[in-house]
Structure formats: C-alpha cells, structure tokens
Write a protein that binds this ligand. Structure first.
Ligand code: GLY
Length: 377
C-alpha cells in the first residue's frame, strides 16, 4: 500500500525572502511547514541591494511608513536570531544612509518623529562625512537609522540554513501551475511534480503572484544592478562607509569593499538580461555622484523582478479564499519588510490575530477585488 506523506499545516508558495522568513517563524512557533519554490535564484531577494531605507526612500507619513519603520526596528534582533540559530553572518550593517543633494533634488518628507532622525549637511559637512562626492553635490541629508544588509551573500544563506535546520521541508524545482478551489477555499495545488495539499496555504510568489491569483494583481518591475570592486593595486583614500542614495542611483558599499549599484526601474514584463542602456544609467549616475568609482573594476551584473502593485503597497493577510493567506507585492521594500511580514502572517495564520496595521494592506483595496466574485467560487 502506498503511504501518502502527511499534510503540512502550512504550504508556502514561494521560496524568496518573504516565504522563507514566514516559514521560519511558523516553524519556530510549532507549525509543520513546506515551501514550494520553482527556482530560488529567481527571487527578488537575490536581486536587491539590501537597503533598509524607509527614510531615504522618502516614504510619506502613513501606514506604509509605519510598517517599514517597525520592520527596520526589528532588524537587529531578527538578524541576531538568524546568526545565533546558524552561526552564520547575516550581513546586517547599521551603517546609516547619506542622501546627497543636487540643486534640483527634492527634500525628503518632514517626519518629526523620534525614530526618524535626520541631519542636513551643507557641502563642507557632507564632504567631511563622505570625501570624494561629485562637484554638483550641494549638501545632503544624513539618515542615521537607515541601514543595509548583504542580502545576496549573507542574509539568504543564513535564512536558508535556519529554515532547513528548523525542520521546514523545502521543495526546490516545484512549479505551482494552478490553485484549485471549491466553495471559497483552496482544495489543492497542482504542480509540475504532483498535487500538494495542506491545512492552510500562503501565496508569497513575488512578481509571479498575479499569475496564480487574480485577486492579487502583482506585476513585475525589472531592476538591473551591478557590483564594482577597487582595481588591483588601487589605493582608496577612505573606503565608503555608508550607503549613498542618489537620484536614480544608489551606491551600497559592503564591508569587504565590494560596491553594489542599483537599480533601474523598468516595465518590461519578465524580459531577462542586462542591457547596455541599463548599465549605462547605473554607471553614469554613480560616477556623477561619486567620481572615484570611475576607476573601479566591474565585478558582476545581474537583474531581478520587483513585485509591484498598482498602489505600490504590499498585499498582506487574508484572501478571498478562507484557507489562503497573502504576502506579496513588497515592490521596493521586500528585504526591509521581511521580518514584520513574517511576524504579521504567523500571527494571522496560527492565531487569527491581526495587527491594527494589517487591514491597511488587504487584497480588497485593489481594483482586481471587483472581479473576484467568480474566482472565489
Ligand atoms: N529598494 C530599492 C529598489 O527596489 O530599487
């Protein structure tokens, strides 16, 4: 007689940062969890530069800023937990972010809150903080509390190890083709491998979410990135010690001297690859902001797809299907929002507990909500 595998409590569609962070939290709180991932390298987690930048991103006061600030505040403890679970470096670096200004750079929103310190530096002061800035820089805003994490080389590795050590079943190479449903609930997932079933389902498929559920209209927004390193024998006056967040460019130094440049923002569906125009934009804007980069070597180029919604806010919490939850559409802030998403979704799935912020990110605020009557059946 063929023994079928026991159903997990929760099946997660998506092995990106959001799926894995939530899988770990659910597992640590006692749930049995299986993650289905088509190809972990497709996740936006591998594409991002890892800025933790609610202030530099100029988020206006409101629910999204509150969510991002709460997640930024969770980062020290969350990454310390990953480090103690695995013994691996998480790559978290509370280095602060400098927003250099050209004459036409708009000022950031005035936030007036104690967790958002900001200092305006004139040209002389900004050059003291960061020697080598370009001649057009007139000053800059210093965001002490913004930070970064080395997402590609450290965070995803530490999280992957933590998830596997905790006993999450992680099925790589599984492509979810269809979410089967009946009478307002999910009955099974049809995949390239077999049919999967669970007590509860979490859709965290990033830019591919919209293709699986009409009620979660998430679109890809491509970003191209590259990394530079000092040329052999190059003597740096002073290595970059904070992120530089410019106009159409950010320059993210890692502690070993690698420098990540990001990112383009392109509506080109899932068109892969780096383009001459994309790399030209990154290099032109980066050298304008920080001319010493002109002599650096190109170490690597890559790209990825941000999951974007029409209002640029994530979709979190319940869905029109009673046993399916949503965690997608994190757009430019997926790395930043991983810890709070994991916390909110775990509370929601295991205890039905909704943080007061959760309804702000409901699926039913989006236009596609009007079309889902038939989908829920
Ligand atoms: N978080 C920056 C970006 O998406 O480019």
């Amino acid at each position: 007689m063929i023994q079928s595998a026991p159903r997990p409590d929760v099946l997660i569609i998506g092995g990106g940062l959001i799926g894995l962070a939530t899988a770990l939290e659910l597992r640590l709180r006692g749930a049995s969890v299986t993650v289905l991932s088509r190809d972990r390298r497709e996740a936006a987690a591998y594409a991002a530069a890892g800025m933790l930048a609610p202030q530099a991103e100029a988020l206006e006061p409101g629910a999204m800023l509150d969510l991002c600030l709460r997640s930024r505040a969770l980062y020290p403890d969350w990454t310390a937990k990953l480090e103690s679970l695995t013994g691996l470096d998480s790559g978290y670096w509370p280095c602060g972010i400098l927003r250099p200004a050209f004459a036409d750079t708009p000022p950031p929103p005035e936030l007036n809150r104690p967790d958002c310190p900001v200092t305006w530096l004139d040209r002389e002061a900004v050059l003291q903080r960061q020697p080598g800035l370009g001649p057009e820089v007139i000053g800059g805003w210093w965001f002490l509390e913004d930070a970064q994490v080395d997402n590609r080389r450290c965070l995803v590795q530490a999280l992957s190890v933590a998830v596997e050590q905790a006993g999450v079943i992680w099925r790589e190479g599984v492509d979810v083709w269809q979410i089967h449903r009946c009478q307002g609930e999910v009955t099974a997932l049809e995949t390239n491998e077999k049919i999967y079933q669970a007590g509860h389902y979490l859709l965290a498929a990033g830019a591919w979410t919209g293709g699986l559920l009409e009620a979660a209209p998430v679109q890809p927004r491509k970003g191209q990135l590259m990394a530079l390193r000092p040329a052999a024998g190059q003597v740096e006056v002073r290595p970059l010690e904070q992120v530089l967040f410019g106009d159409r460019i950010y320059i993210v130094p890692r502690q070993d001297g690698l420098i990540v440049l990001g990112a383009t923002s392109e509506k080109v569906a899932f068109q892969p690859g780096n383009t001459a125009a994309g790399i030209h934009q990154l290099l032109t804007e980066a050298i304008r902001l920080y001319p010493p980069l002109a002599s650096y070597e190109i170490a690597e180029t890559w790209w990825g797809f941000r999951p974007e919604t029409s209002d640029e806010l994530p979709i979190l919490g319940p869905s029109p299907l009673s046993n399916l939850s949503l965690a997608s559409g994190h757009y430019r802030n997926g790395v930043l929002l991983a810890p709070i998403t994991a916390q909110f979704l775990t509370d929601w799935i295991l205890d039905g507990k909704a943080d007061p912020l959760l309804p702000e990110f409901g699926w039913d605020r989006l236009e596609a909500a009007v079309n889902v009557g038939s989908e829920a059946r």
